[in-house]
Design a protein around this ligand. Structure first.
Ligand code: AHR
Length: 549
């Protein structure tokens, strides 16, 4: 968990626009200043600020790995049970126990991978208890001490990712498990040879080996995953990397399983020391062990315990949370710089495999189930983070938003047979064209949106060229009150037409509910293309994606 104090962002405030006006206003007899201040405070809502974007499609950058749009599903609250798994005998339409409505929704956002079974749960998880016909009921000590029925285990998870068309990202138990347990789990999942474990898998319904694309070597081993020191973790990591082998013959080439080591959980010396230790070990690794990724966890929370409300908040909380989330950029830069020192060829990817807004539990919910609403603020937060990851695509090869269903910043909220798609879901849907696209630099003067003592860039934008050569542009208007007029030019390209969608809402805390599921849904946006340039009017607090031809 990353701990970011409110004072941190308060101390770094930049107030160029309003402070200039205020300074002028306090000068004696500065009627001009007073007039400026008055003008600043009374800009009519309909006046669109103009911002010029310049896109250079000839300067194609790193590929935006599809795994940047990954999901995370933990045995926590209703993330798995009710959210994914209802059981084959449920009246809720399902395929082999897995909800059909959820599968259809997730297919539409082309989920590249799902990280499972945790989180903290992973380091308490013993895989054998949830395969085969005998499934003992165990406890989930991390998340409310509730019972874990173990009805959703390896075969069910693999069926689920297969149904949604995603890859499996499995986290092995380094905290309370053993290398042998992890090695046997991998053998159970991936062996083609008729070993006892492979036969057990076949008897459980899957004769062919499973594909395990990503393997997490523990979770938060510095905290809930065993409270290890960096050196202790490094010695464990080497052992697990050595023995958790993938035997699937189909994964012995380019689609080789990638092993992800536990990485930092925030800012500060504790975390830089952790990254240093793992990367230094990597630099000296031998033939007998390897890692392909370093994990990073970075929640936008403010302070612990999480106290920002997920709904029923105003512009102050909106601007504060966005300010906090933008610090992700500096955090990634800091840890990337350490990685560059030990791995200048960027062989080890950074995987931000837990991120998102973490707010106070919804009143009336079990506080251990991490239930929160998902608002327009979360849509903007998601877009800002995805843009940060895309800008760092040379190092960031994956990210997993926490969490997919019913927990924290979810894509989907369910209640028995009901399901609603959140604003964050729609952002992931709009960003599908960016999967595997090549990053293209965009230059612009963002201007400032200020509220109280918070100053934020008014807009954010990224561009990319899709695998089919199509040009895509995303622009976020952070200002909750003012529209923005964008004029985009494309070096060497005369734009002829543009089409796309925009996501906005009446209020910063607008949400979709079971009763009103279409409050925050994308709508087509009209774009004007003239003289090779694209003009777009962006609504306040909006996320927009357009393709340009
Ligand atoms: O996502 C909830 C929890 O946050 C995860 O279990 C843990 O890894 C992190 O601290």
């Amino acid at each position: 968990m990353s701990v970011v104090s409110v004072t941190q962002w308060k101390s770094k405030l930049a107030l160029p626009f309003l402070s200039r006006c205020l300074a002028a206003a306090t000068r004696p007899a500065s009627l001009v200043g007073i007039a400026l201040l008055a003008a600043a405070l009374t800009i009519p809502a309909a006046v669109a600020q103009k911002i010029a974007l310049s896109v250079d499609p000839s300067k194609s950058g790193a590929k935006i790995d599809r795994n940047l749009f990954g999901q995370f599903a933990e045995h926590l609250g209703h993330g798995i049970y009710d959210g994914i798994w209802v059981g084959p005998d449920s009246a809720i339409p399902n395929t082999r126990g897995i909800r059909n409505d959820v599968v259809a929704a997730l297919k539409a956002i082309k989920v590249p991978n799902v990280r499972w079974p945790g989180g903290c749960f992973a380091d308490d998880y013993h895989w054998r208890k949830s395969v085969g016909p005998q499934r003992p009921v165990t406890l989930n000590p991390n998340w409310g001490g509730v019972t874990e029925p173990n009805t959703f285990g390896t075969n069910e998870f693999m069926d689920f990712v297969d149904q949604i068309g995603a890859d499996a990202y499995i986290s092995v138990n380094v905290g309370s498990g053993t290398p042998q347990e992890a090695a046997e789990w991998l053998e159970y999942m991936t062996s083609e040879q008729p070993t006892a474990l492979a036969r057990e898998r076949a008897a459980n319904g899957h004769p062919d080996p499973y594909k395990v694309a990503l393997l997490g070597l523990g979770n938060e081993s510095w905290d809930c995953g065993g409270n290890m020191t960096p050196d202790y973790y490094v010695s464990q990591m080497k052992i697990y990397s050595r023995y958790a082998r993938n035997f699937n013959p189909a994964q012995h080439d380019a689609s080789q399983m990638r092993k992800i080591a536990v990485g930092p959980g925030g800012d500060g010396p504790r975390w830089t020391a952790w990254t240093e230790a793992v990367m230094k070990a990597y630099q000296q690794h031998t033939w007998s062990w390897d890692i392909n990724g370093l994990s990073m966890h970075n929640y936008t929370v403010g302070h612990w315990p999480p106290s920002y409300a997920s709904v029923g908040f105003g512009e102050t909380e909106y601007s504060q949370i966005l300010k906090l989330t933008l610090e992700t950029d500096a955090l990634i830069s800091k840890h990337s710089a350490i990685m560059d020192r030990y791995d200048p060829d960027k062989k080890v990817g950074l995987f931000v495999d837990e991120w998102g807004g973490w707010y106070a539990p919804l009143p009336g919910s079990n506080p251990q189930f991490l239930v929160q609403q998902n608002s327009m603020r979360d849509a903007v937060l998601a877009a800002l983070n995805l843009n940060i990851f895309a800008r760092h695509a040379d190092r960031v090869r994956g990210s997993n938003i926490a969490q997919m269903i019913n927990v924290l910043q979810a894509m989907i909220i369910t209640d028995k047979e009901k399901m609603v798609l959140t604003p964050t879901y729609y952002v992931f849907k709009m960003y599908v064209p960016f999967q595997e696209a090549s990053f293209i630099p965009v230059t612009f003067e963002a201007g400032w949106y200020t509220h109280g003592d918070v100053a934020l860039p008014r807009v954010d934008a990224i561009a990319a060229k899709g695998a089919n050569g199509k040009l895509w542009l995303e622009i976020t208007n952070l200002d909750p009150d003012q529209p923005v007029e964008i004029e985009a030019s494309f070096a060497g390209v005369t734009a002829k037409s543009a089409a796309g969608e925009t996501l906005t809402a009446p209020k910063v805390d607008s949400v979709n509910t079971f009763e009103a599921p279409n409050t925050v849904v994308p709508k087509p946006i009209s774009a004007k293309v003239q003289g090779g340039k694209l003009t777009l009017k962006l609504e306040p607090k909006s996320v927009t994606v357009v393709s340009v031809e």
